[in-house]
Design a protein around this ligand. Sequence first.
Ligand SMILES: [Zn+2]
Length: 302
Amino acid sequence: MTDYWVRTMTEDGTVRALAAITTTAVEKARRRHGTAPTATAALGRTLTAAGLIGAMLKSGQTVTVRILGDGPLGGVLATGDAAGSVRGYVANPGVHLPLTPSRKLDVGGAVGRGTLHVTMDLGMRYPYHGSVPLVSGEIGEDLAAYFVRSQQIPSLVALGVLVSPDERVIASGGLIVQLMPGADNHTAAYLEERAKVLPTITSMVSAGRSPEEILDTALGEVRTRVVARQVVRFACRCSRRRVEGVLVSLGERELREIVQEQGQVEVRCNFCGRRYLLDEADVHALIERWGKREPGTGNGER
Ligand SMILES: [Zn+2]
């Protein structure tokens, strides 16, 4: 199934629900970063979280989700937007811990104790930032705590990544159900009861359920209508031009030194793992082009 998310709402606007399948995107992230299973699960859940928050945004807005814990992973970061692009990385991709007693990947143990940060660039002067202490480091629970404490929106969040014995991602997805202002107690109690018997996200995704079907299972008699659907892709904004811009900002002397010592310059994009290689001739051409530019023109990129 193609990765996509769906955003739905009840007719009266008191319940908002989103679900996403992210299997292909998370598998691509795993290959790009060479993550071991526990790191794959942590990165996949964070990418899915960023994708689902991205699904709440308007075109041009972006969200960055950062999980900063004291565990061996050493931090996970993912960004998402309304166009369905997600990207991200984990500080220590090689982390794999023994399974938990219930035979699950120990994401909480790998993340440790710390803080969840959510930063939304809504196109205003300053980005909107909120953070909460991690509840369990399992990321789904932590994101739910963020919605409750930082946005005052009671939320059910479920995120899951299933990794096969050969370390490939075979199922990944997520679900967010939120009680918006005006939701009545009966609906709240009903959704809470349903959440208790909800199958795991990975079991539903593995069984081939679509985001719409996952929402039906979570919502039961609460009827919502689809507001938007979007294909999800692991995609980065990096390019050779941007890399050249970063290199230019190092300064000519520094650049010449690197190329003299190493014979080439290699730049690896943190977000997507792509490698950019500039040999000596490339670097000299870059310095040449750069030298001809008027001072202060900049390259206009962030
Ligand atoms: Zn990149």
